[in-house]
Design a protein around this ligand. Structure first.
Ligand SMILES: [Zn+2]
Length: 90
């Protein structure tokens, strides 16, 4: 056994819905829908088809942009969950 597994294998990335994507309620995603959510991805597995945001919303992978940085309005519900998911071993 290596000791690689003792550290977190999750990384938290920013994600937002693509502009113009049809939403469940029939509208198309506009700028006001483009809150930046956060998603905890397992680094040892491929990105799932449905991303579960930290605030609990499902985002279809193909309709979602993954961001290297926060661009736009972050989701406050996600932000409230970030610390417990992104804790690093210092
Ligand atoms: Zn969120």
């Amino acid at each position: 056994m290596t000791d690689e597994r003792r550290t977190s294998n999750r990384r938290v990335v920013a994600a937002r819905i693509r502009l113009g994507v049809p939403r469940a309620d029939g509208r198309r995603a506009g700028e006001r829908d483009r809150q930046v959510h956060f998603v905890a991805l397992r680094s040892d597995q491929p990105t799932p088809l449905v991303l579960r945001t930290l605030c609990g919303d499902p985002l279809a992978r193909e309709q979602t942009e993954l961001l290297d940085h926060i661009a736009g309005m972050p989701c406050v519900r996600c932000l409230a969950h970030v610390p417990q998911h992104s804790r690093r071993s210092a």
